[in-house]
Design a binder for this molecule. Structure first.
Ligand code: PGA
Length: 254
């Protein structure tokens, strides 16, 4: 099972020109590099998905940053999983704390979106993690989110879900005063793993990638993502700088 490094571009890259500069930067950083053990996924705002599809670099997969739970119809402003599939998207980030916070998304919404993504052959990257006020009840928060968001997801589907442990307090835009240690991340990984083993059995759980997100940078990727046994990373701010992002991929690829 390959590692996976996902770029969460959030609401950045404001024009076609900016996109071209960004992709050229990635092309430059990727020259002569092959990451046989790591899949790279770029998740831009929807409007750039088609442009990324025309990019000649085929080493990188595409993902979206949201999806609606219906396939088609009168849902003004929403994006269907069928559209994502038809535009070449393989992944979608769901349950991100910024959507929970600013758009009031809850676990039930996320569950419907996961079901819709899987129904259409798109792999969800499900974000779970405690916020600053929940630090002392981290395990309970993570398990509740997993239970709710994965309700009804069966063996045969769950293998296509990537679980991202992303402590909300460690996200760079929340101005973290410190980051989790290797041990903290390892503990969270074990909590998630135990839940998956309980729900889906050991054999299936081995096929589910658990990754880390929150202020991942070249100078901490080994400690937080590799030494903790995570299978990759969800990268926000540092994914906007091609050099940093590809450096993180290199570190995770090993
Ligand atoms: P960050 O963002 O890497 O800038 O902390 C991660 C995320 O919010 O997914």
């Amino acid at each position: 099972m390959k590692n996976i490094v996902v770029a969460n571009l959030k609401m950045n890259i404001l024009s076609v020109l900016e996109r071209e500069v960004y992709l050229k930067g990635l092309d430059k950083e990727l020259i002569g590099k092959k990451f046989s053990d790591t899949e790279i996924v770029i998740c831009p705002p929807f409007i750039h998905l088609e442009g990324l599809g025309k990019w000649k670099n085929k080493k990188i997969s595409r993902g979206a940053l949201d999806v609606f739970w219906e396939d088609k119809g009168s849902f003004t402003g929403e994006i269907s999983p069928v559209m994502l599939k038809n535009f070449g998207c393989e992944y979608v980030v769901l349950g991100h704390s910024e959507r929970r916070r600013f758009l009031r998304e809850n676990d039930q919404d996320v569950n419907l979106k996961i079901i819709a993504a899987l129904r259409n052959g798109i792999s969800p990257v499900l974000c779970v993690g405690e916020d600053a006020n929940q630090k002392n009840e981290g395990a309970g928060v993570i398990i509740k989110q997993l239970k709710n968001c994965l309700a009804g997801i069966k063996n045969g589907q769950i293998e296509n879900v990537v679980i991202c442990y992303e402590p909300v307090w460690a996200i760079s835009s929340n101005n973290p005063d410190h980051l989790p240690t290797t041990n903290d991340v390892m503990s969270a990984r074990l909590i998630i793993k135990k839940f998956l083993v309980g729900e889906y059995g050991l054999r299936v759980s081995e096929k589910i990638r658990i990754i880390y997100g929150g202020s991942v940078a070249p100078n901490n990727a080994k400690e937080i993502c590799v030494d903790s046994g995570m299978k990759g990373a969800l990268v926000g701010k540092e994914s906007l700088t091609p050099r940093s992002f590809i450096k993180i991929v290199e570190i995770i690829n090993g």
